[in-house]
Design a protein around this ligand. Structure first.
Ligand code: HEC
Length: 202
């Protein structure tokens, strides 16, 4: 090896090492910028933005500055041991009975799938559900493009029982928030009737 090619090799190696150092520095800079974003209420907003924790959207609204029903400070006093005349909807616990999930079996749908029920279900689905699932259930929506894991309910709606869908709306599940606060019993069955109808998403 002549000393000329030896110098050339040293020169190339030095250049490569220099480029590597600068590259590492740039990567560190980008990484630091990315991790300097503040967290929101313990939710990590650095990329990827979605960290798998459910957002308690309903509770955020509920835990406002308002006085809760029957809390000290409300004007109305209710007689002792009284219950609302409309009754209280019994809870369906999230348990297995033999090899079946209880929430797949009860309650039974009391609302006939009339045109009016389906139309109301469509209206409410498009208000509360379409933001994540899409109006056609195919989830071609911005939150999914930004990383929220999603399932195709345009297909699943045929597989799940009516009770399963009803309870999913009432209680939420997985990372899906509950919509029990926002919907009445009747509205939930209207959504179920709409999801089960031939006209879903059309
Ligand atoms: C904030 C986003 C979001 C909204 C709004 C939303 N969902 Fe979901 N939903 C999800 C996610 C995410 C999943 C699937 C992932 C999981 O199960 O953890 C899901 C799953 C489902 C499933 C499949 C159930 C199962 O057992 O896998 C049904 C049915 C469903 N949603 C119906 C609805 C209905 C009806 C509404 C409106 C009342 C609604 N969703 C509103 C995010 C949402």
């Amino acid at each position: 090896m002549s000393s000329k090619t030896g110098h050339a090799k040293l020169y190339v190696i030095a250049c490569l090492a220099g480029a590597a150092v600068i590259g590492l520095f740039l990567i560190a800079l980008v990484w630091a910028a990315d991790n300097s974003r503040p967290d929101y209420l313990g939710y990590d907003l650095s990329k990827p933005w979605f960290d798998g924790k459910p957002w308690a959207l309903g509770l955020d609204m509920y835990n406002g500055a308002s006085i809760k029903p029957q809390e000290v400070g409300t004007f109305q006093r209710f007689p002792d041991n009284s219950v609302p005349r409309s009754g209280v909807e019994p809870d369906v616990p999230d348990v297995w009975v033999e090899d079946k999930l209880l929430r797949d079996l009860i309650p039974e749908n009391p609302t006939r799938a009339t045109a009016a029920s389906i139309a109301n279900g469509r209206k409410i689905f498009n208000i509360y559900c379409a933001a994540c699932h899409g109006r056609d259930g195919k989830a071609q929506v911005p939150v999914v493009r930004r990383g929220i894991p999603m399932v195709p309910i345009d297909l699943l709606r045929n597989v799940f029982s009516e009770a399963h869908i009803y309870n999913r709306i009432r209680y939420g599940g997985g990372i899906m928030p509950t919509y029990g606060f926002q919907t009445t019993r009747g509205e939930r069955w209207d959504i179920v009737n709409y999801l089960k109808s031939q006209n879903f998403g059309k």
